[in-house]
Design a protein around this ligand. Sequence first.
Ligand SMILES: *Cc1c(COP(=O)(O)O)cnc(C)c1O
Length: 470
Amino acid sequence: MSDFPYADRFHVHRSLPATGRNRAEVLAELDTMAREEDATWETGKISGTMYCGDHDHYAFLSEAFAKFAHVNALQRDLCPSQTKFEGEIIAMVLDLMHADAVTATTPAGLVTSGGTFSILHAILAYREYAAATRGISAAAGRLPNLVKPETAHPAFDKACHLFGIENRTVPVDPTSTLVDPATVAEAIDDNTIAIIGSAGNYPYGTIDPIAELGALALARGVGMHVDGCLGGFILPFGEELGYGIPAFDFRVPGVTSISADTHKYGYAFKGSSVVVFSDKAIRNAQYFHQLGWSGGKYMSPGMDGSRSGGMLASTWASMVTLGREGYRGYADAIFATARELMAAVRSHPDLRIMGEPTFCFSFTSDAFDIYHIADFMKPRGWRFNGQQYPNAIHLAVTRPQTKSGVVEAFSADLAEAVEYARAQQAAGRMTQSGAIYGGVVGGLSSEVESVMTMIMDGMLDTQQALPPRA
Ligand SMILES: *Cc1c(COP(=O)(O)O)cnc(C)c1O
């Protein structure tokens, strides 16, 4: 892609225009970019990223968002509507996660701006709660630690990095892709604030043994966070539909918090997620207030300051218009499509699905470098996520893949790709694809860190340079 992807058609702004531009012209530009970019995933060949893909639903959410877009959800005296939306979003997620099974404590929740933020808030809450109730803090000479299966999302590593927590990442079984509770047990000590299990994890779409991990957390007196960012809004319906989903929520003794992304299978706009706790005291441990500020007494329920009321309104609107029936119907189509796609993969003896996945899955090969498959399928419009250790291809099945024809196109292209991969391997050729979350990019080798920095700089800084003159 060019550094200035639209420079040949639209003006590149590197300073504020001296006078404001015409609205119609700006909207026309936005429309062109949005239509062209939407055309990529509308094929159904792009893994993950578009969970809903229904323009009618998006238009409805936009209308709901627009009514409160300008409202600051931090200032509740002016907008009681936000108290209703936020409270009801939390209540609906608590209900979905069977918080009624919690009797000894009062369950509570927090709406955040994304899955990463739900995880960050949970881990911050555990750190603060452990400091207050168990005296675990670096200041007291007790460095808090978190035990994380290797497959759990990097948001947990980010939390450890940001909050000064020791990250105890433990390996998973290479065949089942699941963490062994005995391995987690060995990593727990007096300074462990919480352990993690995923339902399901991103790399393989598999579900950790939540019941055993919960029992372990209970026995050792530590917190247990279930990462349901991906699965939270689809697995409960998969369970109802008989897809053999084990309980992963508050029905499991020992589970003390769960993250569930409204902006994934909740079909809300990007920028919203929920984290729920079995005990309000854990959530409240991360509340922040500053009473002595000259600007007045300040408080915020989470790490965010001002937030758009549009986010709460549109998330709420997504949930109440879909209802259990809507979510169940979409889940059924997604589970069925995932099974068909996995059957296509299993029909090739050279391909191997990792573990026993549910609605998202990964596959690898012992016969050839699996990235040959990605290389072949890319020009046909397919975009998968590349994984490593071992190299694998990941498909997060979402609603765009449930359209008719997508499974058939996948099966046909995959069959040709397997032939291609065998030939490439036999000829000893290298692959172009590499592993990066959110895409498959080529050329990653020894200087990975500096390459990653260059990629991030590219996202942020390139447009600050002068575009080439025509
Ligand atoms: C998406 C995801 C997250 C959090 O990601 P965000 O991009 O911040 O929403 C966490 N865990 C899992 C398993 C996920 O799939």
